[in-house]
Design a protein around this ligand. Structure first.
Ligand code: F6P
Length: 342
């Protein structure tokens, strides 16, 4: 058999660990040939391939990013995209594809399966917002990086008696903000799932300033003040309609300074959260996902995604995984509120 592998969407620590596991198990347990497609779905559309052998995955376990490259290309938005994928599959004698990606990449995987192309999905995103799996790999690494940043920002904030707003990734879901905020002992955590009251934030910040410690505010990039994006004084959105990175964190730091009369700074972590080596947890999770994706292909169980349930790796329908984003439930957010303010 010849199996295609691709990585789509934003890169994520652990992608190479999945590729390594797929290649090793595919070749050693099944005698398959593995063909890498470059740059997500752009690879099968444009017949951009890279054969990957055992030697190619020898030293990639610890490396961040993806040796295959990534993109957000969607074949259903490209003229003749699906037909071109069929042509590439025929030209390369591909029997099935393992697609490693988030909601968009796996949404395409689901539609391709419906259109008769055999795809197995592997869930990936630092945002941890994919349905039907307890965790995605990359999330643990992102939370570690954000937590370390919070620890470092706290000491400089305390030295200067400043409020420090730490903006982390998460356009639609606040998992990174919630977990790094809890791990870093933040005094305020703001998530996209719940519009925040600036008055309330200022109250928490002032209470914290009454102690000798500095207020740390962790805000997800997609968090919005009550009233929505137009309240942000830039309110700027990119071509995809997302509030620009840096928007809410900088805005909030300025609001806090204006309203409290205290110095305030913003630190925008941005892509630092996505780069570099995966944590041990993510390496293990990614490796297990890769091994189980090979099992799913061997069983001909297409249209499925490997998923973590408790400590087990199971298979779920791609339709279930992509039905809706997994956002932070209200009760999980409210658990954290006891730590807000002083
Ligand atoms: O989905 C992963 C993610 O890192 C989000 O947290 C973030 O909003 C987005 O990707 C950034 O995308 P890009 O790398 O295209 O700027």
């Amino acid at each position: 058999m010849r199996i295609g592998v691709l990585t789509g969407g934003g890169d994520c620590p652990g992608l190479n660990a999945v590729i390594r596991a797929v290649v090793r198990k595919g070749i050693k347990a099944h005698g398959w040939e593995i063909v890498g497609f470059r740059n997500g779905w752009q690879g099968p559309i444009e017949n951009l391939t890279k054969s990957i052998d055992l030697a190619d995955v020898e030293e990639i376990l610890t490396r961040g990013g993806t040796i295959l490259g990534s993109s957000r290309t969607n074949p259903y938005k490209v003229e003749g995209g699906v037909d071109r994928i069929r042509e590439t599959i025929a030209a390369n004698n591909i029997d099935a594809i393992i697609a490693i990606g988030g909601e968009d990449t796996l949404g395409v995987a689901k539609r391709l399966t419906d259109d008769g192309i055999g795809v197995v999905g592997v869930p990936k995103t630092i945002d941890n917002d994919l349905g039907a799996t307890d965790y995605t790999f990359g999330f643990d690494t992102a939370v570690h990086i954000a937590t370390e940043a919070i620890d470092r920002l706290r000491t400089t904030a305390e030295s200067h008696h400043r409020a420090l707003v730490v903006e982390v990734m998460g356009r639609h879901a606040g998992w990174i903000a919630l977990h790094s905020g809890l791990a870093g002992g933040a005094n305020v955590i703001l998530v996209p799932e719940r519009p925040f009251s600036v008055d309330k934030v200022v109250e928490w910040v002032e209470r914290r300033f009454e102690s000798e410690f500095a207020p740390i505010i962790v805000v997800a990039e997609g968090a919005m003040p009550e009233g929505g994006a137009e309240v942000l004084h830039s309110g700027e959105r990119d071509a995809f309609g997302h509030v620009r990175l840096g928007g809410v964190g900088q805005w909030l730091a300025e609001e806090i300074a204006d309203r409290t009369g205290k110095e305030s700074r913003a630190a925008i972590l941005g892509h630092i959260q996505r780069g570099g080596t995966p944590t041990a947890y993510d390496r293990v999770l990614a490796t297990r996902f890769g091994l189980h994706a090979v099992d799913a292909v061997a069983a001909g169980d297409f249209g499925t995604m490997v998923a973590l349930r408790g400590t087990d790796i199971v298979r779920v329908k791609l339709s279930e995984a992509t039905a809706e984003l997994k956002t932070v439930p209200t009760e999980r957010y409210e658990e954290a509120e006891v730590f807000f303010g002083a």
